[in-house]
Ligand binder design. Structure first.
Ligand code: SF4
Length: 473
């Protein structure tokens, strides 16, 4: 296995991440009170007995993770920890002090609390759930390498994460033993990729690959880069969310060597968009690494159109492109996080038209039985005919799109002003749109309609000179 020195052992076994080896986990003296506001870091520092430089040291944060119920109880004295022993025996707990500092209310009404503090509900397992619903294990030609799509593969490079998300889709592996990929395993991966030149895109995942020592990250990326057919490398990480101080200059220097490199982060809630996480993302983007974000739709955390809107707008401000909004997988231990599929469709219905396309993620279901990601959208195609497709927009406007070669249809006669505010609506129906006898059915009283009317009224009052200036500009 890789050691922090970069030397390689041949055995394929698990270990603590080198950054924590030999380090006694000190008792964290936690805050004794919680306010609605995020506790000031200076007050947390005092209570942890740590210095600012320790707080900003990612290895210190890893060493000081809350890993036991006793540590958790110090942080959250009102929490009944007794029933949680069975939960963390099955699904380990780790929370970085930084991420714990984002909890504002110490109960499940708090989104951060819900995502990181174990809950008894994790032991509720209806029959439809399984440990590996995406059947990743069945698609592993080499242990740790998932080859599902023709041109892509996913490498589970570690089972360690900075914080263990209670909603994790890989609960079967994340944190059960904290392991790094071995040199022997990496070699097998390289050999497989070399033998399959159709794979041009490799996603390094885990666990969280950015919890690995920097020299190991370098070794893994170098190994993948040594395969000529691998064009793109992507890293999936929640480090900018739960351990932003991990994005060090040293790490950036290593990542820069392996372009083209893309990173997908995992922000789920606007409370995670902190100055620290924004700084971490800025460092990555400034290093030329495009950032995308994968959000999981979680009941009681972010299953609201307003929260997702706020999250997506905030991400774009941080130069992170919202990429996927995932329906929760059918994973054992996450039933209490699942939302109806209709919730995600409602959210997408709300976003489209109100928010710039750059801030709208694709809502996807990662299909059970290894079916891969299936996009799920509101239905925008109302009907089709050989000559026209009838579409609807977010306002409920129905419009036809003429197929090539139907340029002589009556819709060509419609002037833009006519289609502004429902003037054709009375005699037209979907049938007429599909046949090309009408081109639009417009709801009568939308904001856009009112805006258009006022523009037209203003234009009528304009002199020719005014309006020519308007168009020249
Ligand atoms: S960081 Fe990713 S792999 Fe780790 S627990 Fe969270 S969701 Fe799972």
């Amino acid at each position: 296995m890789y050691q922090s020195s970069g030397s390689v052992q041949e055995e394929d076994q698990c270990c603590e991440p080198p950054s924590t080896q030999g380090a006694a986990v000190a008792t964290l003296n936690p805050p004794t009170t919680h306010t609605k506001q995020r506790p000031k870091v200076s007050s947390l520092l005092r209570q942890c007995g740590s210095t600012a430089s320790e707080w900003n040291d990612w290895k210190w944060q890893i060493r000081q993770r809350i890993r036991t119920l006793e540590q958790l109880a110090l942080y959250l004295p009102n929490l009944n920890i007794q029933p949680l022993a069975n939960v963390i025996r099955k699904y380990p707990m780790a929370i970085t002090p930084y991420y714990a500092s984002l909890v504002r209310t110490p109960d499940v009404s708090d989104p951060i609390f819900k995502m990181c503090v174990p809950q008894i509900d994790e032991l509720n397992n209806p029959a439809c759930l399984s440990e590996d619903p995406l059947e990743e294990n069945a698609d592993m030609p080499v242990p740790g390498l998932v080859h599902r799509y023709p041109d892509r593969a996913l490498l589970i490079a570690t089972t360690t994460c900075a914080s263990y998300c209670r909603h994790c889709t890989r609960k079967r592996v994340a944190g059960t033993r904290e392991c790094l990929i071995s040199a022997r395993r990496l070699q097998q991966v390289i050999e497989y990729l070399t033998a399959h030149p159709e794979i041009c895109d490799v996603i390094v995942s885990g666990g969280d690959p950015l919890t690995m020592p920097t020299n190991v990250i370098d070794a893994v990326l170098s190994g993948l880069r040594s395969v000529k057919s691998v064009q793109i490398i992507r890293i999936g990480t929640r480090v900018p969310v739960v351990l932003p101080m991990r994005i060090t200059d040293e790490l950036i220097k290593v990542l820069r060597k392996h372009h083209p490199l893309w990173i997908n982060t995992h922000f789920n809630h606007p409370s995670e968009l902190t100055p620290e996480s924004a700084a971490a993302c800025a460092k990555l983007v400034d290093a030329g690494i495009p950032l995308g974000n994968q959000t999981v739709l979680l009941r009681g955390v972010n299953d609201s159109h307003k929260i997702i809107e706020q999250l997506c707008r905030g991400l774009v401000r941080m130069r992170v492109r919202p990429y996927y909004l995932y329906q929760c997988d059918l994973v054992r231990g996450v039933e209490h996080f699942r939302t109806p599929l209709s919730r995600g469709i409602e959210i997408m219905e709300y976003l489209r038209g109100r928010v710039s396309g750059i801030a709208i993620p694709n809502f996807v279901v990662d299909a059970p039985h290894g079916g891969g990601k299936i996009p799920v959208t509101p239905n925008y195609v109302v009907t089709v005919s050989p000559t026209h497709t009838v579409l609807r927009n977010y306002e409920g406007l129905l419009v036809n799109y003429p197929e090539p070669g139907c340029g002589n249809s009556p819709c060509e006669e419609v002037k833009p002003e006519q289609s502004a505010c429902g003037e054709l609506a009375e005699s037209a129906g979907v049938w007429e749109l599909a046949g090309g006898q009408a081109s639009v059915i417009q709801p009568a009283d939308t904001n856009r309609c009112r805006r258009r009317q006022s523009i037209m009224e203003k234009r009528k009052k304009m002199t020719k000179l005014d309006s020519s200036f308007l168009f020249d500009l």
